[in-house]
Design a protein. Structure first.
Ligand code: OOG
Ligand code: MG
Length: 262
């Protein structure tokens, strides 16, 4: 660790303000000399600000678990972030692109925790159900560009997520075709194999990495395993669907321009 508590709190406040004002900020964590541990401390302080405003912790997310995402973002290390209830968009629900800086969507697989998870717990014991999901990511950095500490500090670009209908654990999760559709057209396609070879490994990595920050998955929490494909910009009016063969679909739509709460 190189950052003191005050400096970490200051960076968290700047990222929080960028999100709330929908105004991109310069990359700041790397510039401040933050290492990975510092960046997770900034992330914790950032999410703590949301919790202090009344939001509730509802899960964790993995990021950069696929080569498609690593290549798109130029960062090749698995990262994790925190989800709150304010980010939860019901399946089939809507978002207002004006609430974000430069939103993108990506297809994901979600896991539901059967219980509070201890390091070493087996996937089959810890996970009650699986679902197709969408993540809306929105980097708070200009041009959606960042270094590893920057994206970790920015809560791994977490902005919103939608979980489709929960399903019992299927026999195999390792190679299910995945599609991202916009207005009925397939814009990205891949396979759950892109997620660390098998999305179950994303669970193991989440448990291992979050434990380093003293964070444990809780009963009833959601874990997003990470996108199987690159992310695509979300335009006003777009209807978005993630299709995971054998699991089903998750969908959301963006309100038309000017139709939102403003
Ligand atoms: C970082 C978040 C990555 C994923 O699923 O790989 C992520 C970003 O791409 O902005 O959520
Ligand atoms: Mg994601």
């Amino acid at each position: 660790m190189t950052l003191d508590k005050e400096r970490a709190a200051e960076l968290a406040a700047r990222l929080d303000e960028a999100a709330r004002s929908r105004t991109a900020t310069a990359q700041l964590a790397a510039a401040a000399g933050a290492d990975t541990d510092d960046a997770y401390a900034v992330q914790a302080a950032l999410v703590e600000r949301r919790l202090a405003r009344g939001e509730r912790a509802v899960g964790l997310k993995m990021g950069l678990t696929s080569h498609a995402k690593m290549a798109q973002m130029g960062v090749s290390e698995v990262i994790w972030g925190r989800l709150t209830d304010a980010m939860d968009v019901p399946d089939g629900g809507s978002v207002d692109t004006a609430d974000y800086i430069h939103p993108r969507v990506e297809p994901e697989v979600a896991f539901l925790m059967a219980r509070d998870v201890e390091p070493g717990d087996a996937f089959e014991d810890a996970v009650a159900a699986v679902a197709p999901a969408l993540e809306l990511i929105d980097s708070r950095y200009a041009d959606f560009r960042f270094s590893l500490p920057d994206v970790i500090a920015d809560n791994t670009s977490a902005a919103a997520f939608t979980v489709g209908p929960w399903q019992p654990l299927p026999a195999g999760l390792a190679d299910l075709p995945v599609r991202l559709e916009i207005d009925g057209e397939t814009v990205e396609s891949g396979s759950t194999a892109a997620i660390l070879g098998d999305p179950r490994r994303a669970f193991e990595e989440a448990v291992r990495l979050a434990d380093r920050s003293g964070v444990r998955l809780r009963e009833g929490w959601v874990l997003l395993a990470g996108a199987a494909t690159a992310a695509v910009p979300l335009r006003p009016g777009a209807a978005v669907r993630a299709v995971v063969e054998g699991l089903g679909t998750a969908s959301l739509h963006a309100l038309p321009e000017g139709a939102g709460r403003g």
